[in-house]
Design a protein. Structure first.
Length: 136
């Protein structure tokens, strides 16, 4: 399994936004500069992540972007699902047609596997991604 570039960039963008925690605000332009991502990509991600309730945009003289909830309460699973939708390793779980659906012995097991994958990503809070030390 491989994340799409957009999901990867969303994690990078949210990690950069988390470095501005503590009431500080940032902008899409600053996030693009900090991450090296193209500004249009960051702007698209900011919109998607805001709609998912992960970022909040504040208007006015002291406006800008900030995390919508504490970094410790945002997980990699939240970010990936905001961009990709529900974590599912196969399409059949989402109701897509499959040529072997009528004889498939794995179909009942995919939800368990998907839940395990989502659970693993849900155990990685954003705070762990912005830590200055190497991951454990």
């Amino acid at each position: 399994m491989r994340l799409s570039n957009l999901a990867d960039y969303a994690v990078v963008t949210m990690s950069a936004a988390a470095r501005h925690c503590g009431g500080a605000r940032t902008s899409a332009t600053e996030l693009a500069e900090e991450t090296g991502l193209p500004l249009p990509t960051v702007q698209k991600l900011v919109s998607t992540l805001s709609k998912a309730g992960l970022l909040r945009s504040l208007r006015g003289a002291h406006g800008g972007l900030q995390l919508a909830r504490p970094a410790a309460a945002i997980t990699v699973a939240d970010i990936v699902e905001a961009v990709e939708g529900p974590i599912a390793l196969t399409q059949c779980v989402e109701g897509h047609d499959c040529a072997v659906d009528h004889t498939c012995t794995m179909k009942p097991h995919w939800p368990l596997i998907n839940d395990a994958m989502r659970g693993a990503l849900a155990e990685i809070p954003l705070t762990r991604l912005v830590a200055t030390r190497e991951p454990a």
